[in-house]
Design a protein around this ligand. Sequence first.
Ligand SMILES: Nc1ncnc2c1ncn2[C@@H]1O[C@H](COP(=O)(O)OP(=O)(O)O)[C@@H](O)[C@H]1O
Ligand SMILES: [Mg+2]
Length: 250
Amino acid sequence: MDKIKISTSTKPSIIVDHVRKEFLKRNSHSFKEAFVGWIRGRKVRADKFVALDDVSFQVGEGESVAVLGWNGSGKSTTLKLVSGVLEPDAGVVLTRGRVAGLIEVGAGFHPELSGRENVFLNAAILGMKEEQTRARFDDIVAFSEIGEFIDQEVKHYSSGMFMRLAFSVAIHVDLDILLVDEVLSVGDAPFRAKCTQKIKELTQKGVTMLVVSHDLGMVEDLCERGIVLRSGKKVFDGDVKEAVEMLRSR
Ligand SMILES: Nc1ncnc2c1ncn2[C@@H]1O[C@H](COP(=O)(O)OP(=O)(O)O)[C@@H](O)[C@H]1O
Ligand SMILES: [Mg+2]
């Protein structure tokens, strides 16, 4: 492996170096076709699909970076690689510190457990001790605006309630890197404003942020830098205003 050249001005928090990610794209053969093919000794064709192609970038400590691009460009795949949910097929992904990912709404939430139990469970997954969570529990519930529903099973929550509680847990644990994929668009305007404010506070504390959102106004407000992906390739990395302009002008 070649040595990775550090390009961030602060200590690097995230390094994505020459990363490739492929998925198998099964052709939509019917079961009968597949079976007949198998009888005749033909292989079922599974084409490789390149979701990320030689993508490299680095994020310095305390930086807030937007990952932009049209549907299917590879944004969620990028965040999943950084969170460790996925492994690259080639290249290197490195992160420093504790990573909290709000990648799929309520991922890590157990539907049969109450909101309260899920708070403790998720905080524990993110490395918090029980007494630490207990000390922050009221703040977590207050921020989420879940109120009395905190003792109800999470399966009765709306997607908005789900997201608010998940977001609230993530921002109240001690974390170094926060990954946010679309989930911010679930809440209503006042809650989104509250999240934006909280994210800014976290950034000021040195938390590194990687944000995916369709809300380009929010992205411009939150991030100074934007990375634009197109069909799995990085086509821009620089000032967020220019990055957003690339998306608007198409
Ligand atoms: N688990 C998977 N299996 C097969 N294809 C996938 C999988 N995850 C993503 N893809 C494909 O990879 C491409 C990039 O997906 P994604 O990263 O979710 O894009 P974005 O978040 O930018 O919309 C898409 O074409 C998508 O269909
Ligand atoms: Mg996505």
